[in-house]
Structures are given as C-alpha cells and as structure tokens.
Design a protein around this ligand. Structure first.
Ligand SMILES: NC(=O)c1ccc[n+]([C@@H]2O[C@H](COP(=O)([O-])OP(=O)(O)OC[C@H]3O[C@@H](n4cnc5c(N)ncnc54)[C@H](O)[C@@H]3O)[C@@H](O)[C@H]2O)c1
Length: 365
C-alpha cells in the first residue's frame, strides 16, 4: 500500500525561476549558468515532465557536495572531424554543456548540411526534447540517442537484474509557421523520475512498468526507492529493450564515453549522460515539398475516425504544448514532499534561510 497522497500547490513559473536561479547562484554558479539551469528545469515542469523539473535539484545539490558535478564548466570540442564533433562535458551541469554542444552542432549543420555531435561525460542533461527544440528553432531536424552511464535501473527484456539506464530517444522536425514535431521518451516504460514523483506523492504507477526484487510485476514506486530494489522495465518488449541497447552503444561507446557495466556503475548522486545527436538541415535535401508533404500527412492523421473511448489524436510534442499553456496560466504543481526536499537542498547550497522560506504555501499564487 502507498502512503496517503500529499498536498500540492501551484507556483508561478516566474517565481519558481527566480528561486531556482538563486539556489544555483548560492551554490556558486555564475549568473548565465544559473539562468540556463532554471530555464531548463522550469521548461520541463511547464511541459508536464515533473520528473525532469525542479524536483531534480536535491539530487544535483547532493552530487555537488560529493564533487560529482562541476559548476561553471563548459563544453569542450576535443575532436573536430568536420561533420563529426566529439565534445567533452567535464561533468559540468548538463543544462549548460548540452546547450553549448548543440550550439556547436547547429553551427556545423548549417555549414555542412549535417553534423553528428558525440557528447560525453556531461552531468544530467534533463529533458532531451529541450535540445531538439534548440535545433528546431534554428530550422534543423535532429535525432538524439542518450545513455545514462553507470545508472542501471532497467532490466533487459526477459531479465530481472538492472542492466542499463532509462536511455531516452528523441527526434524532432521543424515545421514552417507551426511548432516542431518532437518525439521524446525514455526507453523504459516510464522515466525513473516519474517513480520519484509518484513515490513523493504517495501514488502508484501504471501496470507493466516495474518489477519487484523477485522479478514479479509491481505498481509500487517504492521498489525503486526502498530496498530490496526491483527494476524498471523497457517499453514495448523487444523494441524498447533493443532501442535502449542502441542508445547505450551509440551515445556511450561510439561517442567516446562509457557504457554501463561492472566497472562504470555509479554509486553516488551524480548522473552522467552521454548523447549522440545527428542534426540535419532539411534545406540540404532536394525536397521543395517537404513542408507541404508534412502538413498533408498531419491532416491525414487527424482525419482518422476515433476509436471507441479513444483519446483525441495528438502529434508528438502536442501533449507538452497543451500542458505548457495550462501551466503558464495556472502555475506549476509542486507537492509538499518535493518542496521540502528542494528547501533542504537550497539551504545546503548556501541560500540564506530568509530567502529559502518555509512552506510551498508561502510561494503559492
Ligand atoms: N536525461 C536523462 O537521462 C533522461 C532519462 C530518461 C528520460 N529523460 C526524459 O524524461 C522525459 C519523460 O520521458 P517519458 O518516457 O516519461 O515520456 P512520455 O512517456 O511522457 O512520452 C513523451 C513523448 O510521447 C509523446 N506523447 C505522449 N502522449 C501522446 C499522445 N497521446 N499522442 C501522441 N504523442 C504523445 C510526447 O509528445 C512526447 O514526445 C523525456 O523528456 C526524456 O527526455 C531523460
């Protein structure tokens, strides 16, 4: 049985943005870094992915204390092979490192039509759609394979031991005069952070996503947060399990980082991401009808009859935009447990107690 659900309040994105910036500035981040981190975390919350929003702060602050995360680090191109760049993240804040790595890739894709960026050894790069959106704003399509090096949470199809991370995959295509199509998901049935959000709220998760330590199906997020530990399952049977493997190889091994195995298992609070991004300029193809063909296909999909009790048809990226509109208007929901964890992290980061405040309700609109 899960605990009784904890209350939550809504906090405006602007207020939360200032609070997050102050936490990182207090920890020692320069203003630009604190701003990029706040931009990313708040954008993830606005998109509805609370798993990758402000609830990550306690883990980042813990990683900082253990020196598993470096402040004010920058992405460093360690090999320039024309269309192929290898970028070292130096365990810097992923919100800065990935932003800079994408900027390098965008510049190169504009020049050559295509760029592959292998990013290694970055601290957590959060919601991958954020990086695809950065490319899409520059008019570029992209796809991204990501590994969570040494963070074994997911059992391979048929197994019961944790063998790899929640290894996300993301692909995006920019549309003329419309928001881009952005497909972005963990290759586990749900992201690990979603088990944290459910655990903090005292809720269960959907069936088919977790097994307990005996390998039996579970809907209790505590199997990921209290010993004896279980595991997440890949989505879609062999397809999700296989995609996770390819993410690990392309983002971990090929891009010069590490894969998950006995010698690379992470025991502290740091989260190390590798990412292999391919960034493409659609204008480089002989495809004058690319946008018209895209819109014709979108219309064709939307014109389907709905299945009985079927959800409305949505395109990749639409659920995030809907939630963004709603949350920009009504605020970001933060539960009391998560807020308490963030408050403690803020104090640990050195934020003055009078700025830290006490309860969510002090910040609620
Ligand atoms: N940095 C890391 O190490 C790491 C690891 C795992 C996941 N993540 C991030 O976690 C986030 C959440 O992942 P998730 O697996 O929980 O995502 P999810 O299961 O919510 O799937 C999200 C994707 O599916 C699309 N989608 C959802 N409902 C839809 C519908 N009804 N119709 C059409 N499309 C729909 C969304 O637009 C989006 O592209 C992602 O942003 C991912 O990048 C990051």
């Amino acid at each position: 049985m899960s605990a009784i659900p904890v209350p939550e309040v809504r906090i405006s994105a602007d207020k939360l943005h200032v609070y997050v910036r102050r936490i990182f500035e207090s920890a020692g981040s320069l203003a630009r870094e604190a701003e990029l981190v706040a931009d990313h975390l708040i954008a993830a919350n606005l998109a509805g992915h609370d798993s990758h929003g402000v609830g990550m702060i306690p883990r980042y602050v813990a990683a900082l204390g253990l020196q598993e995360l470096q402040l004010n680090a920058h992405a460093r191109v360690v090999r320039d092979f024309g269309a192929v760049l290898t970028v070292e993240g130096g365990r810097g804040l992923g919100q800065v490192i990935a932003h800079e790595a994408m900027a390098h890739g965008i510049e190169r894709a504009r020049k050559l039509g295509i760029a592959a960026v292998g990013l290694r050894d970055s601290h957590h790069i959060g919601r991958i759609g954020h990086w695809a959106e950065q490319c899409a704003r520059a008019g570029l399509a992209s796809f991204h394979f990501v590994n969570v090096a040494g963070d074994a949470f997911v059992a391979p199809l048929g197994g019961m031991d944790r063998r790899f991370g929640t290894n996300p995959f993301c692909a995006a295509f920019p549309r003329a005069g419309q928001p881009p199509l952005v497909l972005d998901f963990a290759t586990s049935g749900i992201a690990f952070g979603k088990t944290r959000v459910a655990y903090n709220k005292g809720e269960t998760v959907g069936p088919g996503n977790l097994i307990d330590h005996t390998g039996r199906p579970s809907i209790e997020p505590k199997v990921m947060h209290e010993p004896p530990f279980g595991a997440l399952l890949p989505f879609g049977g062999h397809k999700g399990s296989g995609l996770a493997v390819m993410c690990e190889i392309l983002a971990g091994a090929m891009a010069g980082g590490v894969t998950t195995h006995e010698r690379t298992l992470v025991t502290g609070s740091g989260i190390i991401n590798g990412m292999m991004s391919v960034i493409v300029d659609p204008q480089a193809f002989d495809a004058p009808d690319a946008q018209a063909e895209t819109e014709a296909f979108v219309e064709w999909i939307r014109a389907t009859r709905l299945a009985p009790d079927g959800d409305p048809i949505q395109l990749p990226g639409e659920p995030e935009r809907r939630r963004q509109t709603e949350r920009a208007l009504h605020g970001i929901p933060v539960d009391a447990t998560t807020w308490e964890q963030i408050r403690c992290a803020a104090l640990t980061a050195g934020m003055p107690p009078e700025e830290v405040g006490r309860r969510t309700v002090d910040y609620a609109d």
